[in-house]
Ligand binder design. Sequence first.
Ligand code: 5GP
Ligand code: 5GP
Length: 206
Amino acid sequence: SLSFAQSGFDFFYFVQQWPGSYCDLKQACCYPTTGKPASDFSIHGLWPNYNDGSYPSNCAGSSYESALISDLKEELQAYWDTLACPSGDGEKFWSHEWEKHGTCSGLDERSYFESTLALRKSIDLLAALQSAGIEPDDGSYEVEDVQEALKQAIGHRPGLECNTNISGKRQLYQVYVCVDTDASTLIDCPIFPSTSCPSSVTFPSF
Ligand code: 5GP
Ligand code: 5GP
């Protein structure tokens, strides 16, 4: 298609992570140098993808330059914080995401980060879940109810990814929302990520 020819990919996955599920694992997380993040979903990345499920990565082009987005740093630290160890200020995570995924997005570095922040601000996953009575309270929830609450808010069914906590319980870890190649229009997912969740999941407190 024309959009394939122009952008080199078919759509984006906009991926948000639940911090409680990143941290509640055998390999613990490390809070960023700015302190414990909010109890809210945060950005993992904006990932170009093909309709067959494969994806481009590390496309030729510019390497990460922190100076290009230095005025966005506070917002990035609020919405795109890093939980990997050792503790960091976020630059390492952002540079990894830019180089692996952003360089394939057809956007320049600044537009890539601005577009991703705008998506995060327009999609409030936690509010959507809470309005359906789904709270990060270590309780158990039907994954159908999670899907439905998020679909109501987003207008499209999201992809879900679960991981396993130290006690062996499956928990909600990441939410994938599909976005058109313009990096702003939400769309039905052409294909869902190959991740999966069982019918009942926990939503850990953070
Ligand atoms: P994992 O193997 O932990 O699921 O994913 C590792 C990394 O591979 C992710 O952080 C992401 O960079 C990339 N990745 C995994 N699945 C997908 C996918 O479906 N689409 C894209 N674009 N990247 C993915
Ligand atoms: P991916 O390749 O899966 O897109 O990105 C994961 C990489 O980013 C890993 O190298 C991981 O250590 C690093 N990273 C840094 N901070 C975070 C974080 O808060 N969440 C995730 N999922 N990865 C992070």
